[in-house]
Design a protein around this ligand. Structure first.
Ligand code: PLP
Length: 461
């Protein structure tokens, strides 16, 4: 076939080939990578080594919440690195203490532990649960089918997807999976060894499925009744991605207090952020269910550092001192550099009211994806998600003639077609194309994204 697109200049071509060769010779091939080599980014756009521009609707898998090369992040990195990058957790540093206070103020009375990734944050919660149940011989944690909790040995045992476990058996003991959004299944699964339940507010890797408010409130009540810890994994759906700091806060907006199981007594400490949180609540017309729901533990990572690696878990006040000196540690956890960046990311999100932006644009995005599903039912099954964690669910591969013959999944082929026209999205499962845009995506960029997605959908209809 005659080449329509001219080949990139030889120098650039060599750069692409040489980077790929460096990888094939030297990097463990554990990732299925796309054939793209990026050199730099600016805002919502990334540029490959040939100079082609891509609208980044994946944001490094929900990490680059302020887009690429945000001047505030660059400045925070430069400023803090001139003072102090690392001292270890043998000592105190101000940024870690300040970041912990900011997180506590946005979640509820408790304390934080800092790590480096989402998997490590979840590992901390697993250890917390084991410590909590240790003297009674309780150690088992229930997680959901289709969940994702990281790639460490305990992470894959906790993850409710067979594909991550395959080849690494035997699994770390102490994890069982239950159907998501099914309260009866949770109740029936509890055994004398059960100590905790861990759930994502919105399942990300598993296909962009939000928990229902009734499920969250029901789990809280069940955990109280059975003396279990309730953990939320906010690694992907947290940090304002749904339009609130944590997805459970967004999901529970407007729910009636009668559905809540817990008295509001133990909640957010009296602080200026509590006031701003209640203002937010009042603004959104919230009822007390949201204000009376708290998990016992919450893991965070990804957007927390806007691209700089940092993970954390928060633990509710009654359990905040369970992990005493010497019980848990990590060399790089909560360095002054990581914490200074995370503080800056929070400051920018809130100063620029990106939560509001995510709400408005997220609703618009979802409506547009629903429109695509209504207009092209032969290609798109439905729109999924909440805020800026969205999914376009395609019909089965066999029903899309252009995709049927390939051994690649429909989601993968769709994502590849978007690459050709300069848009980055992320497959989830076999049929879902996931959108995790930067929180500061501009309306015209959202428009560009939808137009290009529609272009691909149309070409397949
Ligand atoms: C919900 C959830 N939990 C945990 C993780 C693991 O985080 P990390 O890759 O930073 O270890 C991920 C990563 O995608 C995730 O989506």
């Amino acid at each position: 076939m005659k080449e329509i697109v001219p080949s990139p200049p030889p120098l650039v071509h060599n750069q692409f080939e040489s980077v790929r060769e460096l990888f094939s010779k030297n990097v463990v091939p554990s990732y299925g990578r796309f054939d793209l080599v990026f050199s730099h980014g600016a805002g919502s756009y990334l540029f490959d080594v040939a100079g082609k521009r891509y609208l980044d609707l994946g944001a490094g898998i929900a990490v680059c919440c302020l887009g690429h090369a945000h001047p505030a992040i660059t400045e925070a990195l430069a400023e803090q690195s001139r003072k102090l990058i690392h001292v270890s957790n043998l000592y105190f540093t101000e940024p870690q203490g300040r970041l912990a206070a900011e997180l506590v103020n946005r979640i509820g009375a408790g304390k934080c532990f800092f790590a480096n990734s989402g998997a490590e944050a979840n590992e901390g919660l697993f250890k917390l649960a084991r410590k909590f149940g240790h003297d009674e011989g309780r150690f088992e944690i229930l997680t959901a089918t289709n969940s994702f909790h990281g790639r460490t040995l305990a992470g894959i045992a906790a993850t409710g997807q067979d594909k991550v476990k395959k080849g690494f058996e035997p699994m770390t003991p102490g994890f069982r999976h239950i159907p998501f959004n099914d309260l009866n299944a949770a109740r029936n699964a509890i055994s004398p060894a059960t100590v905790a339940i861990l759930m994502e507010g919105v399942q990300g890797e598993g296909g962009v499925t939000p928990a229902t408010p009734e499920y969250l409130l029901g789990l809280r009540a069940l955990c109280d009744e059975k003396k279990l810890l309730l953990f939320m994994d906010g690694v992907q759906c947290g940090h304002y991605r749904t339009g609130r700091f944590q997805s459970f806060q967004r999901i529970l907006e407007g729910k009636n207090v009668a559905q809540a199981s817990r008295l509001p007594g133990e909640r957010v400490s009296a602080s200026k952020n509590e006031i701003s949180m209640s203002n937010l609540a009042a603004r959104a017309g919230e009822t007390p269910a949201l204000l009376s729901f708290l998990p016992d533990g919450l893991s965070m990572a990804k957007s927390l550092g806007g691209g700089f690696p940092i993970g954390a878990f928060w633990v509710r006040a009654p359990y905040a001192d369970l992990l005493g000196p010497g019980t848990h540690a990590t060399t790089f956890g909560g360095t002054p550099l990581a914490c200074a960046v995370a503080l800056k990311v929070l400051e920018v999100i809130e100063r620029e009211q990106l939560d509001e932006q995510v709400r408005k644009l997220g609703e618009w995005f979802k409506r547009e994806l629903e429109r695509l599903a209504a207009t092209y039912p032969q290609v798109v099954k439905r729109a999924r998600g909440l805020g800026f964690i969205l999914g376009l669910e395609l019909v089965e591969k066999e029903k899309i003639p252009a995709f049927a013959a390939s051994n690649k999944t429909a989601a993968l082929q769709f994502v590849n077609r978007l690459h050709e026209i300069g848009v980055l999205t992320i497959p989830a499962g076999t049929q879902i194309v996931r959108l995790l845009p930067p929180l500061n995506l501009k309306p015209q960029e959202a428009g560009e994204g939808i137009a290009k997605i529609e272009e691909v959908v149309k070409s397949l209809a």
